[in-house]
Structure formats: structure tokens, C-alpha cells
Write a protein that binds this ligand. Structure first.
Ligand code: ATP
Ligand code: MG
Length: 283
């Protein structure tokens, strides 16, 4: 292991540690979530801070009905990832309330949130392990044939066939042996067998090559079926599949509503963005 790899390992260790420290201070209840239907989400006047005195989300009120897809956009630092983190309860809010299936998030069991919500982050953790273990996260109950079936279902067969040793191919620490787009493909496979009732997809900020982009796009369509979805996007085209749109600016809701309605209204920022015909949005 060279110095650089060691630093990467150190950095992710600190991150994981941070997560545990935050988690351990949270109190959970005993409520469950119905895993037979898409999750319903509601934010009522949510304020959130990582550090005392620095507001990250301010008075956010939104609703995502079961089975709908919400697209989220906003400049870097506007609070998109923070919003996602609150839904998987990595942090508690300062005031307001978050309801999942009309139950206050603080009353829901930790395992229920983990089981029902898949969060595909911007920065996928790749383990120094085989492709198989990176997909199953060492769950021995998941059979190779099921993994391969999912790979084909999602349209990733070319990637799979290019691996030097199939599922036994060893991946290197960090994302050295995978591009950031490929790392996101891998996390798609990770979550697909979990059958979550909500998927949150936080699109990678770094440029992804167009072949990988196409793979992600078509896999997204399969992933989103019969589920509630939140897509945090940096490309406008990713948002075309959303029914609702949320635009954040400095932690505040600037626009929120049906995509079609926002699109037709010439005074909206969403309409103007599309009008400008740019591919990348608000970076
Ligand atoms: N763990 C943290 N501790 C303290 N502040 C944080 C933390 N994570 C994010 N922030 C701050 O919260 C604000 C919102 O960040 P967030 O990551 O939610 O933005 P984002 O909209 O996802 O940006 P990007 O488009 O770059 O991904 C920023 O000012 C950021 O610096
Ligand atoms: Mg982000």
C-alpha cells in the first residue's frame, strides 16, 4: 500500500467513524414501515444545521407521494445531499418534522429505515474485495446466479463480461480500478436485490463518460419502477423522468411542484434552465 492509498483509507475511516458517532446519539422508536408499498415522505417546516448557528436547510416543506419521482436540483452547497441524509436519518433536524408513511421519523426503528430506503451516494465506497463481495457486502445468502441475473436485467452485461475474472475480480482500494460512473453502476446492483420502497440517487458530480451515462440512465428507469424515488441530478436530462421538481437555493425551497406545471410556466427558473438548453445544471 502506498502513502496515497493509506491516506484514502485514513480518510474513509474518519468518515465511517463520524457516521457512527452521529448515529449513536440518535434515539429510535419502535414503529415499522410497510414494505409492500412505495414510501410516502413529508417535510414540515424543516430547519437543519450541522453546526450551531449555520443553517443548511431552512423552513423546507415538501411532500413526495408514494410511487412518485422527485427530481432535486440546486447549486453546489445548496443542501441537496443534506436533505437526502435527513431521510435516511444520518442526522436529526433542528425544528419541524419529517414523516415517513405519516409516522414521525424519530419514532421509526433504525432497521426499518435501513431496510426500506436505498441511498446511492455521490461517493460510493469501494471495498478492497471481489466484485461479488462489493455487491453483496459479504451477505452469503445472495447467490451468484441472482447477482448475474440482476446485472443482465440492469443492462450491465458488457461491463460484467469485461471483468478479468467475473465476480471473483478483485477491486482495488478507493475507486482506483473503477471510474466514478462504474462505481455508481456497482451500487445500483447493490441496492437492486434489497427491494427498497424508496430509492435516493445522488448523481456523481464528476463527469461520467457517455457510455456509462447511458447505462446509468436506462438502469435508473428499471430501478425506479413501483417505488418512490428522489433523484438529485446535475444533468437536466436525468430529471426528465421526474414527476415533481424541487429547486433549492442556500437551503431554501425556491421552486417545488409538478414538473409539467413548472415547465409550462415561463416565469419559473426550471423553465428558464431548460430554455437555455444547457446540459449541466447549476454546478
Ligand atoms: N458533514 C458536514 N458538516 C458540516 N457542514 C456540512 C457537512 N456536509 C455538508 N455541509 C455543508 O452544508 C451545506 C450543504 O451541503 P450539501 O452537501 O448538502 O450540498 P449539495 O447541494 O449536495 O452540494 P453538491 O451539489 O456539491 O453535492 C454546505 O454549506 C456544506 O458545506
Ligand atoms: Mg451533494
Amino acid at each position: 500500500m502506498n502513502i496515497q492509498e493509506l491516506q484514502v483509507a485514513g480518510a474513509s475511516f474518519v468518515r465511517v467513524n463520524d457516521l457512527f458517532m452521529t448515529k449513536s446519539s440518535l434515539k429510535y422508536g419502535e414503529e415499522t414501515l410497510d414494505s409492500s408499498k412505495p414510501l410516502h415522505i413529508k417535510f414540515n417546516n424543516v430547519d437543519f444545521q450541522y453546526k450551531e448557528g449555520i443553517d443548511v436547510l431552512k423552513d423546507v416543506s415538501i411532500q413526495v407521494d408514494g410511487g412518485r419521482t422527485l427530481g432535486v436540483l440546486g447549486h453546489t452547497g445548496s443542501g441537496k445531499t443534506s436533505l437526502a441524509r435527513l431521510i435516511v436519518r444520518m442526522y436529526d433536524i433542528k425544528s419541524g418534522e419529517i414523516l415517513l408513511n405519516n409516522k414521525n421519523i424519530t419514532l421509526i426503528r433504525e432497521e426499518e429505515i435501513a431496510k426500506n430506503i436505498a441511498y446511492i451516494t455521490q461517493d460510493v465506497q469501494i471495498l478492497t474485495a471481489t466484485v461479488r463481495d462489493n455487491i453483496t457486502l459479504f451477505n452469503k445468502d445472495i447467490k451468484d446466479e441472482d447477482i448475474i441475473k440482476i446485472i443482465y436485467e440492469l443492462g450491465f452485461q458488457d461491463w460484467y463480461e469485461s471483468l478479468s475474472n467475473g465476480l471473483d475480480t478483485y477491486l482495488e482500494l478507493g475507486s482506483k480500478s473503477l471510474s466514478s460512473g462504474e462505481a455508481q453502476l456497482l451500487s445500483f446492483i447493490r441496492v437492486f436485490h434489497k427491494k427498497p420502497t424508496l430509492i435516493i440517487f445522488d448523481e456523481a458530480t464528476s463527469r461520467v463518460d457517455s457510455a456509462t451515462e447511458q447505462l446509468i440512465d436506462s438502469a435508473l428507469d428499471k430501478l425506479l419502477k413501483n417505488r418512490t424515488c428522489i433523484i438529485i441530478a446535475h444533468r437536466l436530462s436525468t430529471l426528465n423522468r421526474a414527476q415533481d421538481i424541487l429547486l433549492l437555493e442556500n437551503g431554501k425551497v425556491v421552486e417545488f411542484g409538478e414538473r409539467k406545471t413548472l415547465l409550462e410556466d415561463e416565469s419559473t427558473k426550471y423553465h428558464q434552465l431548460l430554455q437555455r438548453g444547457v446540459e449541466e445544471v447549476l454546478v
